[in-house]
Design a protein around this ligand. Structure first.
Ligand SMILES: Nc1ncnc2c1ncn2[C@@H]1O[C@H](COP(=O)(O)OP(=O)(O)OP(=O)(O)O)[C@@H](O)[C@H]1O
Ligand SMILES: [Mg+2]
Length: 212
């Protein structure tokens, strides 16, 4: 029996022996969006093995991986991963749905991958960066958040220079969007040690310090 993953939107089926995972889409638009990225064979994503346009199936390389929620993530390496996505095309592509479940760590290769390109958009890279920070701001206590956010931003900045004016521009709308989504999917605050308000304030102050 193949293992099935049922997400809110789609079904995925793992063909372990063939190292494949098939993603069965409900939405044609999302199927086409993802296909557009995977077809270009980017180094930051699992390989595209095949697809079926009629049945909206993407056949991808199956990674023996954990999501970065299940490990102690190395934020310098994840920063580098995002810089690869953001410099992939002349016009910057953002993942947009930077949920930690869409970032995998391959256990055999010790390599990070991005998946789930169904929401990708042409946006400045800072669009992803603020959203990524907001996820961890809602998960971590303030000391752990600050340490890792610093590592993430400093490492990213080595690969691509961060425009803090754009960080400022994107922060408030991203917070609104984040909270709306949380309400919509009725996600309760599960992590008692998390200090989201303090962490958001830290992001704001970090941005203000950089542009002063
Ligand atoms: N190539 C892959 N290798 C290994 N696991 C994968 C792969 N692609 C997806 N998965 C697993 O399946 C899960 C769901 O995949 P994906 O995010 O593409 O589906 P989705 O329907 O867009 O989900 P959601 O709406 O929750 O974001 C991932 O979090 C991951 O655990
Ligand atoms: Mg996903």
């Amino acid at each position: 029996m193949n293992r099935i993953i049922q997400t809110n939107k789609n079904k995925l089926e793992i063909f372990q022996d063939d190292s494949q995972i098939w993603k069965y889409f409900r939405s044609e638009d999302e199927f086409l969006s993802e296909l557009q990225i995977y077809r270009q064979n980017p180094c930051f994503a699992p390989k595209l093995i095949g697809f079926n346009k009629n049945d909206l199936i993407l056949k991808l390389q199956f990674l023996e991986a954990k999501t970065i929620l299940q490990i102690k993530p190395e934020f310098d390496k994840i920063a580098q991963l995002f810089s690869k996505l953001h410099s992939f095309k002349k016009r910057t592509i953002c993942l947009c749905d930077v949920n930690p479940k869409n970032i995998l760590f391959d256990l055999s290769e010790h390599k990070y991958y991005l998946i789930d390109f169904s929401d990708w958009q042409y946006q400045p890279k800072e669009y992803d960066l603020v959203r990524f920070l907001l996820f961890w701001a809602s998960i971590y206590s303030s000391d752990i958040f600050q340490k890792n956010a610093e590592i993430f931003l400093n490492s990213y900045n080595i690969f691509l220079p961060i425009d803090y004016f754009l960080m400022q521009k994107f922060l408030q709308p991203a917070i609104l969007e984040f909270d709306e989504r949380r309400k919509k999917f009725n996600r309760k605050k599960a992590i008692v040690t998390a200090e989201p308000d303090k962490n958001r304030l830290w992001i704001l102050e970090k941005i203000n310090k950089q542009i002063r």
